[in-house]
Design a protein around this ligand. Structure first.
Ligand SMILES: NC(=O)c1ccc[n+]([C@@H]2O[C@H](COP(=O)([O-])OP(=O)(O)OC[C@H]3O[C@@H](n4cnc5c(N)ncnc54)[C@H](OP(=O)(O)O)[C@@H]3O)[C@@H](O)[C@H]2O)c1
Length: 266
């Protein structure tokens, strides 16, 4: 039986993926920074919930070691925990941006570093990452979030070279808008100088969530990426993301950014 360790499994994409893999017969280590698993996770005998805060190396090491002692090895790591800081660049402080990078970038690096010795000794392992469509393209007011997700795209694209010799494969899952706790958890920072622009642009972004799919859609993509045997780096996490990437590939950047501006800056 294969084993997956998931970060940020308390809600949204992480939780949906934990349930999906468990239903497919996998051992699932559903990690969360506050160990209060809901009944859906607690009700599955093949889901083990562990505390792991991606900004705390002690909790990362402890969760990874507990998982390895229980299951012998981990087959798939799913770096999924994350949140968005939004607002005009001049509105957000350096410490708010550092906090964004602590979770979305250094958190991913730290969990990856903790698991690599196990993957190397097994001569196998898959690292899945929830980046975002916002790791390939950008949106108004999301310069901090976009740069954190672009950082992971670049980090993982480079890391894959040195890990190939150990049979370790990297795959990035890139969703566009998904219904989860994500929107409610956006840390939106105002600044009077930008408020006219920010309020309407943020509303334009939120309008895009009206027809967003649920997190199960991304869970299925994560499962496909974990099991398709391909050495493919990027997966559109939702159909809308696939459509956006196609348009981005088709058009010059200048035209593409005009479309984004027209959609969002209403
Ligand atoms: N939803 C979207 O539209 C969307 C689109 C593209 C990409 N994404 C990405 O998808 C991933 C999952 O987001 P989601 O949509 O499922 O949102 P979500 O429901 O808010 O889930 C985010 C998860 O990350 C966890 N988390 C945040 N900071 C953490 C930390 N320091 N240590 C451990 N866990 C932490 C949260 O834990 P708590 O419950 O403790 O807060 C929660 O479990 C994120 O990386 C996000 O950037 C989301």
């Amino acid at each position: 039986m294969k084993t997956i360790l998931i970060t940020g499994a308390s809600t949204g994409i992480g939780k949906a993926t934990a349930l999906y893999f468990a239903d497919k017969g996998w051992n699932v280590i559903a990690t969360m920074r506050n160990l209060v698993p809901d009944s859906a996770l607690a009700g599955k005998t093949n889901i083990t919930c562990l505390q792991l805060d991606v900004t705390d190396n002690v909790s990362i090491e402890s969760a990874v070691q507990k998982a390895i002692s229980k299951f012998g090895k981990i087959d798939v790591l799913f770096n999924n925990a994350g949140y968005a800081l939004a607002g005009a660049f001049e509105a957000v402080t350096e410490s708010q941006i550092r906090k964004q990078f602590e979770t979305n970038v250094f958190g991913v690096m730290n969990v990856t570093r903790a698991i690599l010795p196990n993957f190397r000794s097994n001569h196998a392992g898959i690292i899945l990452n929830t980046t975002s469509s916002g790791g390939i393209i950008t949106f108004p007011l999301y310069s901090a979030y976009n740069s954190s997700k672009w950082a992971i795209e670049g980090f993982m694209e480079s890391l894959q070279f040195e890990l190939r010799q150990f049979g370790i494969v990297i795959k990035n899952i890139e969703p566009a808008g998904v219904k989860s706790e994500f929107v409610g958890n956006i840390e939106f920072i105002s600044n009077p100088v930008y408020d006219n622009y920010s309020n309407s642009a943020q509303q334009g972004t939120l309008d895009g969530y009206k027809n967003a799919p649920t997190a199960d859609v991304v869970a299925k993509v994560a499962y496909k990426a974990a099991t398709d045997g391909k050495k493919k780096l990027r997966y559109a996490g939702t159909p809308q993301a696939g459509f956006i990437f196609f348009i981005r590939w088709l058009l010059p950047l200048k035209w593409f950014t005009s479309i984004i501006a027209n959609q969002i800056e209403k």
